[in-house]
Design a protein around this ligand. Structure first.
Ligand SMILES: NC(=O)c1ccc[n+]([C@@H]2O[C@H](COP(=O)([O-])OP(=O)(O)OC[C@H]3O[C@@H](n4cnc5c(N)ncnc54)[C@H](OP(=O)(O)O)[C@@H]3O)[C@@H](O)[C@H]2O)c1
Length: 431
């Protein structure tokens, strides 16, 4: 797939610009194309871009939706996260919809010409976050990445455009740690990314971007969690579902690894610092929290928040601690028990491969078990570039109990956790 989608890139006279910048970030004239602005991280990045004086225009590019118009989709996300909805009325904002795999991204020639004349930066953030599909299912995104490269290469300011890609640490999953932490450079050994189509697709995209001749930076981002101001974290993602399962099972698990998660708002701040950085950009920067906390601390904070917010009259010990293995066993027993009695939760198309119609279906529980048992196996990453490029990254505060509390309150307010569910499974299944 790397060679298929990098065909023709070697013919250009520019070699990858991993160490030399050909642009001088302008003080008041940035014009940015952002993909995936209807998503969780995307809407934070959009809000930040719109609030910067030196950003003159923001083009967002998203796929079309049949049910909600593009402004409503952005408003929903901004309201959900308590971002400033008034920013969406900014005259700087141009909302584009199309199909990234069509010629000219499915946009009119006039719009494409304008992008070619104006763009100073591309932030490519749209991707299907699904951990259970093979690489072939992500070909759409690889093709789309190549289309954006072609757009940038055909632009008048081709030598001045910065291309920031939101990659993922899942592409590092097969790294041999005896070689030290995963570096902030392009890794040429494709085997290091093998282990799941999602991570593999990010790796393939990086390899193509490295041949683009553009000034590219790939940010390998770790787990993104809910952030400021209200802790919003989509209830159908894997960790919120774990919390819900803890409440239903009456037990929290005791993980031994660390959580190097970063909030949506901090990642968004870092993305902006990096894309507008005055110095030449390296090819890659790894974004995991420089001051991780123990996952046990996070789970205890979750338990305290659940008891305080929902468990009137219960003591913290009512949510007993069990090993990860015992917790997974409980989960699987509950899946067997509920197999004939599915409980529906709404699951959207972009949720971590969780496509089962039933929260309690066996396959779904298996998937969750796999995610949880794999947690400790994430590799250590070098984060020196990220710290050098971003003051925010350098000074990031560790995740604290106040933030965890905000997540729990958000899930309760969104109707996903309720008092009545406590220990429901344990009492029914004698777990
Ligand atoms: N969340 C994490 O923990 C994490 C960790 C590492 C890296 N990342 C990366 O960070 C970026 C943002 O993640 P996120 O959590 O904000 O994801 P998200 O909330 O699922 O948003 C994804 C965005 O991509 C768009 N998208 C998804 N599938 C698409 C498709 N087939 N065609 C066109 N657009 C599509 C979505 O559009 P719709 O609104 O139309 O669905 C949405 O705008 C992604 O590149 C992701 O891989 C995320």
């Amino acid at each position: 797939m790397v060679s298929k989608y990098s065909a023709g890139l070697d013919d250009n006279d520019n070699s990858p610009t991993s160490s030399c910048s050909r642009r001088k970030p302008s003080a008041v004239n940035e014009i940015v194309l952002l993909t995936g602005s209807t998503g969780n991280l995307g809407c934070y990045i959009l809000a930040s871009l719109l609030s910067k004086d030196h950003v003159r225009r923001v083009y967002t590019f998203n796929r079309k939706s049949t049910d909600r118009n593009i402004m409503e989709r952005h408003k929903d996300q901004f309201e959900d996260k308590e971002l400033n909805v008034a920013l969406l009325s900014s005259p700087k904002l141009v909302l584009l919809e199309g199909d990234i795999t069509l010629p000219g991204l499915g946009l009119s020639e006039k719009v494409i010409n304008k992008l070619q004349q104006e763009l100073t930066a591309i932030i490519h953030n749209a991707w299907y976050s699904n951990f259970s599909l093979p690489l072939s299912s992500f070909e759409y995104h690889i093709k789309g990445t190549r289309a954006l490269i072609d757009l940038a290469r055909s632009s008048e300011r081709r030598n001045a455009i910065r291309f920031l890609f939101t990659s993922s640490i899942t592409m590092t999953q097969n790294w041999d740690e005896s070689q030290g932490p995963y570096p902030e450079t392009l890794v040429m050994d494709a085997m290091t990314a093998v282990g799941g189509g999602y991570g593999e697709s990010k790796y393939v995209a990086e390899r193509i971007l490295a041949k683009s001749g553009l000034e590219v930076i790939s940010l390998r981002i770790g787990q993104i969690c809910g952030g400021e101001p209200n802790g919003a974290w989509k209830p159908s993602e894997w960790f919120p579902i774990c919390v819900k399962a803890c409440w239903y099972l009456g037990a929290i698990f005791e993980p031994s690894h660390e959580s190097n998660w970063m909030t949506m708002n901090s990642i968004s701040d870092i993305v902006l610092e990096i894309v507008f950085h005055k110095d030449p950009l390296p090819f890659a920067a790894n974004l995991t929290h420089p001051r991780p906390v123990s996952s046990a601390f996070v789970l205890h904070a979750v338990r305290d928040a659940l008891i305080q917010e929902l468990g009137h009259g219960l003591s913290p010990e009512s949510l007993r601690q069990v090993s990860v293995k015992d917790w997974i066993d409980m989960l699987e027993r509950s899946a067997i028990m509920h197999h004939a009695e599915p409980r529906n939760i709404s699951v959207s198309r972009r949720d971590y491969g969780i496509t089962s119609p039933s929260f309690y279906s066996f396959n779904f529980q298996r998937l969750l078990s796999r995610v949880i048992s794999k947690l400790p196996s994430f590799v250590t990453l070098d984060i020196s570039n990220a710290i050098k490029l971003s003051e925010r990254m350098k000074t990031l505060e560790p995740i604290d109990a106040k933030l965890v509390w905000k997540w729990v309150k958000f899930w309760i307010a969104s109707g996903d956790l309720s008092q009545s569910g406590f220990c429901e499974d344990r009492s029914r299944a004698h777990l």
